[in-house]
Design a protein around this ligand. Structure first.
Ligand SMILES: *[C@@H]1O[C@H](CO)[C@@H](O)[C@H](O)[C@H]1NC(C)=O
Length: 263
């Protein structure tokens, strides 16, 4: 506390003496060294916060930070996929097991998944699109993860890369007290938007069939699963955004002002 106060006074004095000197450069040796090694911010933020010049960019940054600090990557990494892929392996075995039964009829291979690991969860760059009337925003949340599968008949791991976009609709609402909020509207994945590619592991013919089976199942369950976990987080992030940012964005949306630059 003392040091911060001291620094502010010192800065003030420096500014004053610089002004008095009419901007003459002070020889560096005469300046009292500042305690720069105390972990204090080096640059002083402007006293008057400027209106964001780039509201879309600010919102994009705030949402990205919110999703990451809200644990998005951990959510992806801990998706209960093994339970789903391995029939009877989880509590939801009934439903999924039934699904698997129909999908893999005659191919009991999926029973044999030894292990499954999710690695490299990723949030790629968010995309913002504004509705033609200007009142709504669509936030595309591109997610990625790798899936390592250990199967009994293959010595090497199979590694798949999965990519999926979740799209969240953001609306501005005014509450009874006249305060504006940003709220989550629809939050969906586009049908067929799960992209799966084989990263590692040669797939000899019998395994190709298995891979197709896994792809089928992932397509059926993963988008729903991800959506069910990510959308509540988006809702959470929206409700904790900086009030000034929310106010600026909500005003633009309410008045239908186009502020998202189309690329
Ligand atoms: C996600 O959306 C972006 C555009 O916002 C698109 O370029 C990309 O291919 C999509 N990814 C998937 C997996 O659909």
């Amino acid at each position: 506390m003392f040091q911060i106060g001291g620094l502010i006074v010192l800065c003030g004095l420096l500014a004053q003496s610089t002004a008095q000197l009419g901007g003459l450069p002070l020889p560096l040796g005469q300046v009292v060294p500042l305690p720069l090694d105390q972990g204090l911010p080096l640059s002083v933020t402007p006293a008057v916060p400027l209106k964001p010049k780039d509201p879309a960019g600010s919102l994009n940054g705030a949402l990205t930070n919110g999703l990451l600090s809200g644990g998005l990557l951990g959510i992806l990494e801990n998706l209960p996929l093994l339970n789903i892929l391995k029939p009877g392996g989880g509590t939801s075995g009934g439903l999924i097991g039934g699904l698997l039964g129909t999908l893999t009829s005659g191919i009991p291979l999926l029973n044999n998944i030894i292990d499954l690991r999710i690695t490299n969860p990723q949030l790629l760059e968010l995309g913002l699109v504004q509705s033609p009337d200007g009142h709504r925003l669509y936030v595309t949340i591109p997610l990625g993860l790798n899936l390592e599968l250990k199967l009994p008949m293959i010595t090497s791991l199979l590694e798949l890369n999965l990519r999926l976009n979740v799209t969240a609709e953001v609306l501005a609402v005014r509450d009874n007290q006249g305060r504006v909020h940003l709220v989550l509207g629809d939050c969906i994945h586009s049908p067929g938007s799960l992209h799966i590619s084989l990263l590692k592991g040669v797939a000899p013919l019998p395994v190709q069939g298995l891979l197709d089976g896994i792809t089928d199942i992932l397509n059926k369950v993963l988008p729903e699963l991800v959506q069910g976990k990510v959308c509540p987080l988006v809702n959470e992030v929206l409700s904790h955004l900086d009030v000034t940012l929310v106010h600026d964005i909500a005003e633009l949306l309410i008045h239908g002002v186009q502020f998202v630059i189309k690329v």
